[in-house]
Design a protein around this ligand. Sequence first.
Ligand SMILES: Cc1cc2nc3c(=O)[nH]c(=O)nc-3n(C[C@H](O)[C@H](O)[C@H](O)COP(=O)(O)O)c2cc1C
Length: 369
Amino acid sequence: MKTNFLGLPLKNPVIIAAGPWNRDGENIRKSLASGAGAVITETIISEPNLDARPRIAYNGSGAQNIRLYSDVQIEGWEREIEIAKQDGGLVIASVSAHTPSELAYLAVKMEKYGADAIELGLSTPMGGALEVIASDPEEVYNMTRCVVENVKIPVIVKLSQNASNLSTVAKAVKRAGGSGVSAINAIRCILGVDIETNKPLLPTYGGYSGVPIKPLGLASVATIVQSVDIPVCGIGGIDSYENVLEYILLGASAVQVGTSLLINGRSHITKIIHDLERWAEERGITDVDDIKGKALDNLKSFEEIKIEPLYSHVKDIDCIPGCNKCINSCMYEAIYRNEDGEIVVDPNLCTGCGLCTFLCDARKLYLGW
Ligand SMILES: Cc1cc2nc3c(=O)[nH]c(=O)nc-3n(C[C@H](O)[C@H](O)[C@H](O)COP(=O)(O)O)c2cc1C
């Protein structure tokens, strides 16, 4: 399923996100070999930092990282891009800086070294200064404009869910001549605290990523798509081909995957793309544009929602033995077992909240008139 993103012809919409899995040419080459439509370098800065140790925590579903960008000097990227592209493929350079001129300097270098597009990292869940830029439409405008004026390749700006005014910031990117936005970056977090040692799992705030942030990524993408006419690349918690489709149906032209690769390896990217292609082939879909934004008509504003006389119904299928999730969770005490032990919903008490239909692992409950 091909897509045209930023004017770049992608053979499929799955891009490998900026991160240490793309820390140099050899790793980017391996990422491209997994089948991805394009690959984004780890973020390149003027003065690389030493890595914190430890820097990645994981709790079985989400990750926290305090990784601080590429440790390769900007000049070193000339050779790395050459290695990265030796078997072909599209490479997007992620760059970050605190001033427009420094950012443009890095972008110009990466264009010269052969990058196909630039992604601007204007936020970071660690520290504070960049997060301030990411929330300030004028700063975002100035940073983006300065890069756009100095390079010929497309410029995409990576937005942060920590900014509460995402649509205003995305509008500033468009005004500045940016070719698109990507959303979202990892989200400022503390993954947990060890209650025996009183220590947070990592010693500073970091970026939350992986499966649990998908709902935030989806909402961010839909918000941007509904308010600004600019191509969007969806990021956050993608772990399967279904997740790729969710972002596309909400209007994304392409997506990025990070933590799923970190946890499962590059072969998982190959599987996601393979599953996506099979799904598309079965339906005769060849281009992302065929399905892009199709869920948006069903996404209403709160004011538009009509109150319908729905309540829970019980299907004639067996319960999971010993499971009382629906009964325990019903705030309205509308669900009970009758004398024969069967689940019954009292329509006079059920208010149609819908929760039981999601909790029922046997799918015995459904909403209806
Ligand atoms: C270990 C790690 C390092 C990351 N490094 C960068 C980076 O250098 N630049 C950047 O823009 N995003 C970086 N990210 C954020 C990812 O690109 C992505 O926006 C975020 O993780 C959400 O996507 P995911 O849930 O698929 O991981 C990093 C994420 C992780 C987990």
